[in-house]
Design a binder for this molecule. Sequence first.
Ligand code: PLP
Length: 409
Amino acid sequence: MKNFPLTSDQLRELIKKFPTPFHIYDEKKILENYQRLKNAFDWVDFKEYFAVKATPTPKIVKILADQNAGADCSSLPELLIAKMAGLNGQDIILTSNDTPADEFQEALKLGAIINLDDISHLDYLEKNVGLPEMLCFRYNPADISNEGNDIIGKPAEAKYGLTRKQIFEAYKSAHDKGVKRFGLHTMVASNELYTQIFLTTAEIMFNLAVEIKEKLNIELEFINLGGGIGIPYRPEQKPVDLAAVGEGIHKLYDEILIKNNLRPRLAMESGRAMTGDAGWLVSTVRHIKHTYKDYIGLDSCMADLMRPALYNAYHHITIVDKEDQPHDHIYDVTGSLCENNDKFAIDRNLPEVEVGDLLIIHDTGAHGHAMGFNYNGKLRHAELVIRQNGEIEMVRRAETIEDYFATFA
Ligand SMILES: *Cc1c(COP(=O)(O)O)cnc(C)c1O
């Protein structure tokens, strides 16, 4: 059973003021998700750096920043969004790849933690911007088994991070260049529901920290285990047992790090697990079409949510006031792009749908609106937040034709 935080009367009242389509987020749910992660790591000095790319809207980032979360940024605009959310200094981490100099510059200006994706970036950073007092490196463990997760894939095939050999060279070289404080980062999973992958990742990272200490006499201040905590997009899937992840990592921390007299802080940069199930795309059925198949045409399209087209991802769909009716019709749920993969669902069992029905696409809070684009002259839609007191606030207006035309020379 998938929930939506408003009753159908509340939703119908809301769309008088904010017509569909829009993404709507539930502040309370975001805070619960954050608290669950914090609780799992309450035995250690832990910080969550919210992955801004998941929901890059300042007032969303601020919901978490106000609870002491930091921000994980991968571009210059994302750094500025973190700043707009009130963050500064080491509450921001720049984890980008193929990084341009101006991004490093802004990160340095903000006093953010810089996480380097490649050994060559050390010289690039030094030459173009200068070296900070603290640096972090992104490790690619190459051979970790990831059970065929197809978003990031096998680490050895992924473009991210330094090899094992490079990691040691990088810390040594940075240390020789005068960098004084160090962190270590990895990110190997994406939308992972399987507990063991997080433990395996932690174990690899903790052992590496011990080796770095033994070989280079460098003590890492923090270890960042990245994001990638999955959410149950399908109703039959189970959420990650974060308490079990925290407990498992605690055990490894004691066995590997404490035993070797190391006590680094831990960090994660979770995006999806904070906002994914706390957002919904609300649309109205514009047309029903019966040809060789039956099609529902919505007032939203792939430009509002491209995960189904990009990853063949499942997003649960419900029809307002018809949740309990028999799902005895089969539809493709489409948008209006001239692109045949503009489909939110293919051959989906739903109740009989009529023009004007309100349709809710679930779990769109992360990597949803964020991945929007303007192909076919489609304009991105608004984002709303249900505040904890029940008030609804627009946190990003819909794009206008003027916005779209603004870059024409
Ligand atoms: C995408 C990304 C994240 C967040 O991933 P989620 O799956 O949303 O948790 C964190 N860190 C880095 C470096 C990323 O690229």
